[in-house]
Design a protein around this ligand. Structure first.
Ligand SMILES: [Zn+2]
Length: 167
């Protein structure tokens, strides 16, 4: 089939805004992020695992969780990629300029990983296991992008003291 035979259909140029509830757990997480630049996870009463972002039920024990845990804004990089090809960001409807880093961060004191953007774009300078820190937006609006990205830090001390448990 020649290229001129291929049909293209446009779905239009208008974006359709929509809203949804992030729920009780998501609201607490995003409010603390917006108002205090704090990272909150939630701890399972049965297995002790700490999840960030928080969720209602532990995926291992099926126990409802209610113990909030404040975590430092630092962690360890568990996985990463550097995107070289642009695509439409479903969060903004626009193409994010490339290259950009994307990784899974395990906050100190957490047992789950948290996906987010990385400030570093040179994949040779990013290592699994390197220490990273959240960089917050100046104007926050209660959104995951209130964390602008994570930057690599030279922190040889590793994870700090045990996190504080609330409630
Ligand atoms: Zn559990």
């Amino acid at each position: 089939m020649e290229k001129k035979d291929l049909l293209t259909i446009s779905s239009g140029e208008k974006a359709q805004p929509f809203h949804w509830s992030v729920g009780r757990y998501g609201s607490k997480f995003l409010t603390e992020l917006r108002d205090h630049k704090k990272i909150f996870g939630i701890k399972c009463p049965s297995c002790g695992r700490v999840y960030v972002p928080p969720r209602r039920v532990c995926g291992r024990c099926f126990m409802e969780m209610s113990a909030w845990v404040e975590l430092p804004p630092r962690g360890t990089l568990a996985a990463f990629t550097v995107l070289m090809f642009s695509f439409v960001d479903p969060d903004t409807g626009k193409e994010r300029p490339v290259p950009y880093g994307y990784g899974y961060v395990k906050f100190d004191g957490a047992d789950s990983t948290f996906p987010h953007f990385l400030a570093e774009t040179d994949y040779k300078k990013i290592k699994i296991g390197c220490r990273v820190e959240a960089v917050f937006e100046e104007k926050r609006r209660g959104h995951l992008l209130d964390i602008k990205h994570f930057r690599i830090i030279s922190d040889e001390s590793g994870p700090g003291p045990k996190p504080r448990v609330h409630g």
